[in-house]
Structures are given as structure tokens and as C-alpha cells.
Design a binder for this molecule. Structure first.
Ligand SMILES: C[S@@+](CC[C@H](N)C(=O)[O-])C[C@H]1O[C@@H](n2cnc3c(N)ncnc32)[C@H](O)[C@@H]1O
Length: 260
């Protein structure tokens, strides 16, 4: 607890990343990984192997863009570094990592993938319209884009923040989350290079007694087609969530525009 509080104080982060809770959440994810290492192992292995297999197929290239990179638990960073000249890791916040920060091929970029976070800290009274995203589309050096278990999380922090300032109708909140995901996928779809999507598709919440409390489909109407692979991820065994419950997701893996 003390180590996490200290990390919160000393980690550099944009004002919006602190206010909307991205920094706190990133620290919490890393701490949960430490606690749930064995429960996460298969998910992390499958995520890494999926990306690795795609890199083998395309044979590397100039630059790779990893969206929602976090601390690269689910991304084969060494293989990316050997296959590409430049590895861009994009996230709302980057925790201190000695190995990543001293790696000359890695560039860690702070960016809000929703395009609404900065706006929200001064306009917290209504749900904003998520903008279309076009970053890096005109950069011909990008040879692979990876969305690393991030898309369904895009709405979480903005909604959590807004709900402290205004009443949010449940349907409007769901619609907001869906539009953010759509914008993200439309952006990925606009690249001409191959793209990989690793993404929670079904979320199951458990009560403290282990019974299923809710099951939610997250990718309805996203038109992603059939996943190339899918697997379960026990994100939080029962007892781990606030209130004593748990969470499991079904992760879907997609790849688009692979060379023939
Ligand atoms: C479930 S974690 C993915 C794990 C990460 N790939 C790893 O291996 O550590 C989701 C990641 O998405 C990032 N994220 C969520 N919303 C974001 C946003 N609006 N802009 C940029 N990154 C965001 C979080 O900070 C977090 O690192």
C-alpha cells in the first residue's frame, strides 16, 4: 500500500491522467498482476504468442505502434524490438520501468486514446461527443498497429470521473462507451498496415459467494467479425474485486490486413 502511494506521488503524469484516475488505475493493474500472477499467466502467454505469430507472418518492418501498452505484460517487447526499428508504446500514463526506459528502440508516448480526457477536466457536466481519431495515419513508417487489451477500457475512467460530477443515465453511459470503442476500431481500420486487436469481448462478474452476478457482451455492433482466437482471462478471482466479488473476461484476438 505504501509502495503504491509513493509510486503515485513520484510518477510523472499529465493533469488529466491524474484527475481522471489513469495513474491510480495503472498502479492498481500492476499491483493486481503481482497478486494474481498465476491467474493471469495463460492470458498473458496467449496474448504474447498471438502477437508473436503475426510478427512472424509479416516479418517485421520499420515501426510498430502499441496502443494501451501499459507495462507491456501482454506484449512481446523483446520480439517487437528485434523485428522493428522503432517501437512506439502509447498509453495515458507510463509507470517507471527501468528496462523500457533504457531501451533505445522504445519510445513511450503519453496520449489519451479517447480524445476527450483533457476536455473532461474542465467540462464535467455532460457526456462529450468522442472525436474521430487520426493520429499516425499519415506516417508511412508504421508497419503494424497493436491494440493491447484496451478498447473496452476506454470509457471506464471518463465515466467514473463524470459520475462524480453528474447523473449519468445508464443507457447514455453504455452508448458513450460504445462510441469510444467504435472510434477506436474505425481508427485502426484506417491504417493500411496490418493491425492486431486483443480485446475483452464478454465480461462476467461474480458475487462474493462465487455465483454469477452479470454477463455482458462488450463488442456487439462493433462489426469485428470472427476472432482468430479466443480465451478466458480470470482478471479478478472471487475476493479480489471491491466488495469481495470477482471478474472473468473472454478475450478475442483479431488480425486484419495480413499480407497474402
Ligand atoms: C487492461 S490494461 C492493458 C494492459 C497493458 N497492455 C499491459 O500489458 O500492461 C489497459 C491499458 O489501457 C490504458 N488506457 C485506458 N484508457 C486509455 C486512454 N484513454 N488513453 C490511453 N491509454 C488508455 C491503461 O492505462 C492501461 O495501461
Amino acid at each position: 500500500m505504501f509502495a503504491e502511494a509513493l509510486e503515485y506521488l513520484i510518477t510523472p503524469a499529465e493533469p488529466w491522467a491524474r484527475k481522471l484516475g489513469y495513474l491510480k488505475e495503472s498502479i492498481a493493474i500492476r499491483a493486481r498482476h503481482r497478486r494474481c500472477r498465476s491467474d493471469w499467466a495463460e492470458h498473458l502467454t496467449r496474448s504474447n504468442k498471438f502477437i508473436e505469430a503475426i510478427i512472424k507472418k509479416i516479418g517485421g518492418g520499420d515501426s510498430v505502434l502499441v496502443l494501451g501498452a501499459g507495462t507491456c505484460l501482454d506484449v512481446p517487447i523483446a520480439i517487437l524490438c528485434s523485428a522493428f526499428k522503432q517501437v512506439y508504446l502509447v498509453d495515458a500514463v507510463h509507470l517507471r520501468s527501468w528496462s523500457l526506459s533504457r531501451n533505445r528502440k522504445v519510445k513511450r508516448i503519453v496520449k489519451d486514446l479517447t480524445g476527450v480526457a483533457d476536455y473532461l477536466i474542465t467540462n464535467s457536466q455532460r457526456l462529450p461527443s468522442p472525436p474521430a481519431i487520426d493520429w499516425f495515419l499519415d506516417d508511412p513508417r508504421i508497419d503494424l498497429v497493436v491494440s493491447a487489451n484496451t478498447a473496452p477500457q476506454l470509457g471506464a475512467m471518463p465515466l467514473k470521473y463524470l459520475s462524480r460530477h453528474m447523473e449519468i443515465d445508464m443507457a447514455a453511459g453504455k452508448m458513450f462507451e460504445a462510441v469510444l470503442m467504435q472510434r477506436h476500431f474505425q481508427w485502426l481500420n484506417s491504417f493500411t498496415c496490418p493491425s492486431v486487436i486483443l480485446c475483452d469481448a464478454v465480461r462476467t462478474m461474480f458475487d462474493p459467494d462465487g455465483s454469477v452476478c452479470s454477463v455482458e457482451s462488450l463488442l456487439d455492433q462493433m462489426e469485428l467479425g470472427f476472432p482468430a482466437e479466443k480465451w478466458d482471462w480470470l482478471v479478478a478471482p472471487v475476493g479480489e474485486e471491491v466488495g469481495g466479488g470477482g471478474m472473468k473476461t473472454e478475450v478475442h484476438a483479431y488480425c486484419d490486413r495480413l499480407p497474402a
